[in-house]
Design a binder for this molecule. Structure first.
Ligand SMILES: C[S@@+](CC[C@H](N)C(=O)[O-])C[C@H]1O[C@@H](n2cnc3c(N)ncnc32)[C@H](O)[C@@H]1O
Length: 240
């Protein structure tokens, strides 16, 4: 059994947080495409809470790989929309109980993600990246989400994938607004290829076709899958 399968079965139900069970095949397929294409890099998440998704990503990290958690943790005055109260203690306990057996190196960065300076972002990529899997799930305002999306884009390895939570989620409209701003006002170097259960997956322009083809081959014939165009890009949308 793949490490992540065991975690999904035995770890996921015991950790508080926001991970949709339907994402497992998507994560595994992205990991497989990256392995097949020889895409290397590490994993990171902004907005970690108790590590429910981060630990899943850690299971996909290579032995000796780096896993980086960025969260305000107990500095909750900086958590302005209250989307989950992060806890470093609980995160570390969950990693201890449910993290991968193979050795990965963890770093816990306590910071408001929008306050990361240029120099800190350079250090992040130099010391901990570049990243082949970067999840964005921190503060859900449009400003924070856009800033985090740009950080993820800047820190991504060639062929890396960004995962953005709560797109088209009516309770968190700021996230969708941020994706629209990202495509309308910035010069995006990543574009979405897959959407499922409010999670949007993005890859760099040069790799979009590879990920889209893999997703279409694997999931395209499901009754809940439809090829769509979102923000000007072809995206396989799985709904509901
Ligand atoms: C929705 S939760 C994350 C859920 C998590 N990804 C999971 O797998 O369950 C949002 C997290 O973002 C953190 N957060 C909120 N504002 C933040 C900010 N400005 N910078 C960094 N983290 C932030 C919160 O402390 C909380 O842990």
């Amino acid at each position: 059994m793949h490490d992540i399968d065991a975690y999904w079965q035995d770890g996921l139900p015991n950790i508080e947080g926001w991970v949709n069970e339907r994402w497992l095949p998507h994560l595994k397929l992205i990991d497989q495409v990256q392995n097949d294409l020889g895409i290397a890099g590490h994993v990171a998440e902004i907005g970690v809470f108790h590590g429910k998704l981060l630990i899943a990503l850690a299971h996909l990290a290579q032995p000796g790989g780096k896993v980086t958690a960025i969260d305000v943790f107990d500095d909750q005055l900086r958590n302005i929309d209250g989307a989950g109260v992060g806890s470093l203690e609980q995160l570390q306990a969950n990693i201890q109980s449910y993290g991968p057996d193979h050795k990965v190196s963890y770093a816990f960065i306590k910071n408001d993600s929008t306050a990361l300076t240029c120099a800190e972002k350079v250090d992040l990529v130099r010391n901990r990246g570049p990243f082949r899997l970067f999840s964005v799930d921190g503060c859900h305002t449009a400003e924070h989400t856009l800033s985090d999306l740009l950080t993820a884009q800047d820190c991504l390895a060639p062929g890396g994938v960004v995962l953005l939570d709560d797109v088209f989620q009516p309770h968190w409209p700021g996230v969708t607004e941020a994706v629209a701003l990202f495509h309308g006002r910035c010069v995006p170097r990543i574009k979405p290829f897959l959407y499922c259960a409010h999670k949007m997956f993005f890859a760099g322009h040069g790799w979009h076709a590879d990920f889209l083809r893999a997703c279409t081959d694997r999931f395209g014939r499901q009754a809940d899958a439809k090829m769509t165009e979102m923000f000007g890009h072809r995206v396989l949308s799985i709904f509901p």
